[in-house]
Design a protein around this ligand. Structure first.
Ligand code: SAH
Ligand code: F3S
Length: 482
């Protein structure tokens, strides 16, 4: 928790001063989770009020912001490489300023200014409303840092400027921070304690998106199932709330249902779900509303009870299976995806086999898989030796990826021969003549464009597939088409 305005470092005389008022160009680049991409839209909105227009051309930027990720060492290395590139550009554009936002800003604080000379400004994920002041500081030639983590901030009152949008799908943040303290994870340190956003502001944002032609929203949080609105404040203080506040509190199942009912034709997704926080109520709500997509991203990280415990994942393998069984019972065609970590400290070959057998049980539609990367300050880094050799981590990772690929193929193939509702998101990357969209389960489908348009709900007969993409042809509009 610190706020420093470093006044000792004087910038050069070519400050942004001369370009003030309405014609400055902001280039913003985002790394890491969907939340970062969503936050960048909030940042763009705050800076639009300060006269900044966004540009996609780095070379014409007056202000370059990079919204960073700290989740693995490699994510940070990527950002540092980008800073080198910005440095090269600054040689020909000396007035250009560079700010680091997000998790690396929060983790490294003013150390970043010392380590990366190109950086003028360091701003943590809860401090974006302070950007106008911080920019004034750098305009005046001083470096600026604000990395205060907030108990309240949810940016609920800011209408994001949609960046790089397809005009069809959008993210809507509903919670910030995470209280789960998985021992490998840096997020609780960089994003602070869990807070939930006021439900009406969420419904309002979704309704505005619908009006603008958006047809799908993803409710976003590090741990969405933990959503709890009781009048504001941190989740951990719920116990201290008044009886009235507790009686009228809105949990995630309720919020999901309210959103689905408020916009009955809007497709609704959510991410990410933590097994220990996902309730049966949520699954029931999903089953009740056709516009809530049948897809759950349900990271498990490991199939071994011993490793789950060491990771402080607060469920067992058996409890996870029970949750999967309930999902399959209530929503038989639900798509399920995972995150997995190989080579967590002390992981044995037997633990790894447990991960593979868990995957065999679930047969996930999709997965995001990583070799363990020790993060400074986390409980795992402090208490456990990073003792699985890199080669072993990588070998186990490739086995997990190979198995996932097999299951992905299997799951994709099951749709061949079926007619599925696809929401068109844009032109296929591989062919100008084809649309690309997704089914409810989040599987990508491509099909000839014919007379259909972006943002339309179309019924598509699936004729064949690759391991993760369905190939089909449209047979008409969905009844959901407006
Ligand atoms: N709840 C978050 C998770 C953020 S991290 C969400 O919204 O998705 C995303 C994934 O990165 C985690 O699920 C985990 O599989 C992986 N991860 C996190 N910390 C890691 C580490 N130290 N090493 C390797 N992978 C990690
Ligand atoms: Fe990280 Fe675990 Fe939260 S993975 S974001 S601490 S649920």
């Amino acid at each position: 928790m610190e706020k420093t305005i470093d006044e000792s470092v004087q910038g050069n005389s070519l400050s942004l001063e001369h370009k003030k008022d309405n014609d400055r160009k902001l280039y913003i680049e985002s790394y890491g989770c969907q939340m970062n991409f969503s936050d960048s839209e909030i940042v763009a909105s705050i800076l639009a009020n300060e006269g900044f227009n966004t540009t996609n051309t780095l070379e014409e930027a007056d202000l370059v912001l990079v919204n960073t990720c700290s989740i693995r060492e490699k994510a940070e290395a990527t950002v540092r490489k980008r800073l080198e590139k910005f440095n090269a550009i600054k040689e020909t554009r000396p007035h250009m300023k560079v700010g680091v936002l997000g998790c690396m800003a929060e983790r490294l604080k003013s150390k970043l200014l010392e380590e990366e000379k190109i950086v003028d400004m360091v701003v943590g994920p809860d401090a974006y409303k302070d950007l106008p002041n911080l920019i004034q500081e750098i305009d005046e030639g001083r470096n600026a840092v604000n990395v205060i983590l907030s108990k309240e901030e949810t940016y609920g009152d800011i209408a994001p400027v949609r960046l790089n949008t397809n005009g069809v799908t959008a993210f809507v943040s509903i919670t910030r921070g995470c209280d789960n303290m998985c021992t490998f994870c840096v997020v609780p340190f960089t994003r602070g304690r869990e807070r939930s956003r006021e439900p009406q502001s969420i419904l309002q944002e979704v309704s505005e998106l619908w009006e603008k032609g958006y047809r799908e929203v993803t409710l976003l949080g590090q741990n969405v199932d933990s959503y709890l609105w009781y009048g504001g404040g941190m989740k951990k203080d719920f116990e201290k709330a008044s009886e009235m506040q507790r009686a009228t509190a809105v949990n995630f199942a309720k919020l999901l249902e309210m959103t689905a009912q408020a916009q009955p034709k809007m497709r609704i997704r959510f991410s990410t779900s933590n097994p220990q926080d996902m309730t049966l109520d949520v699954i029931h709500v999903m089953a009740r509303h056709r516009n809530i997509c049948n897809y759950i991203h349900l990271p498990v990280q490991s199939g071994s009870n011993r490793i789950l415990k060491a990771m402080n994942r607060l469920h067992t393998r058996e409890e996870y299976f029970a949750l999967i069984d309930n999902i399959r019972k209530l929503i038989p065609d639900c798509g399920i995806s995972q995150d997995m970590i190989t080579g967590f400290p002390t992981e044995t070959e037997a633990d790894h086999q447990d991960t593979l057998s868990l995957m065999e049980y679930v047969k996930y539609d999709y997965g995001f898989m990583f070799a363990y990367s020790e993060r400074p300050g986390t409980m795992a880094a402090r208490k456990l030796e990073d003792d699985v050799p890199l080669e072993t981590k990588k070998r186990r990772l490739s086995e997990v990826i190979a198995l996932q690929r097999k299951h992905c193929q299997l799951r994709t193939e099951q749709y061949v021969g079926q007619v599925q509702e696809i929401l068109i998101e844009g032109t296929s990357k591989k062919s100008e003549e084809h649309w690309m969209g997704r089914n409810s389960q989040n599987t990508v489908a491509v099909f000839p464009k014919e007379g259909y348009q972006v943002g339309e709900f179309v019924m598509v007969k699936m004729n064949s597939c690759t391991s993760a993409t369905l190939i089909g042809e449209a047979v008409g509009y969905s009844e959901n088409q407006v």
